[in-house]
Design a binder for this molecule. Sequence first.
Ligand code: CP
Length: 308
Amino acid sequence: MKHFTSVNQLTKEEVYSLLEMAEALKGNPLPLQKQLFVANLFYEPSTRTKMSFTVAERKLGMEILDFHQDSSSAAKGETLYDTAKTFESIGADMLVIRHASDSWMQELQNGISIPILNAGAGKAEHPTQCMLDLLTIYQEFGSFRGLQITIAGDIKHSRVAKSNADALSRLGAIVSFSAAPEFMEASHPYPYISMDEAARSSDIVMLLRIQHERHCDEGDYVDYLERYGLTKEREKQMLPHAIIMHPAPVNRNVEIDASLVECERSRIFKQMKNGVYIRMAIIKKTLGEWGKLNETTIEKRQKAIISI
Ligand code: CP
């Protein structure tokens, strides 16, 4: 039985099946047919991921066990592992976890006997963000093959950059990075291009914020937008059909001009909306694999259609 820790663990067929399942759930959420408890263990700040998991879980009819790090026994020093084990013992059927450690998944996955969904692991992985980005691109372009995609910003400290680049590349997209020298990561195999070239040549410009919380340098980013960000002038150079994406939160006027956040090309809020549907699909797939669902006839038929 697998926890959902990385998009890399999915075959291409499984990725497409999840995308189709999310599309199907958009029109017909179909609550689960039994009482299931979930705990969202967030040890790092979050608005989008935590709240869209909450909406996804509620739409599926799950019971959410309240957890706040500051008022839990984590504040007395209880480890993540012992907290997860505690929730398992008192009847949680699934855990959704975000933690600053890059490796918490490896530390938990053998000892915990209920499904765990990775909602963010340090600088390493953010697989549900990756899946909602894939869903947004799939809706826009219908395919990934041959798409020119530039991921631009704080590549070095981002958990989105590598997950997305690897998944998109595996699905046939041509991925480039664009970054200020201090935010480049040499170990990734993707070429770096300037922001001017990215704007002119990309089907998708995917922006990332500067991850101040993951490095000490508060920096002086006065001319960052002009040198490395998406300005109004660069947006005018973009291909007619090209779109702008960003996992958010956005630093307006740092990596993107404030006026572009809600412009016609922007899919930033669509990405957030898709976060609910893809997380519903991931929850259902994972619970199904762990034998925790009583599927209705309609659900069995939906699944059969998706797998044809
Ligand atoms: N994109 C994203 O992970 O946002 P949150 O940190 O608000 O969850």
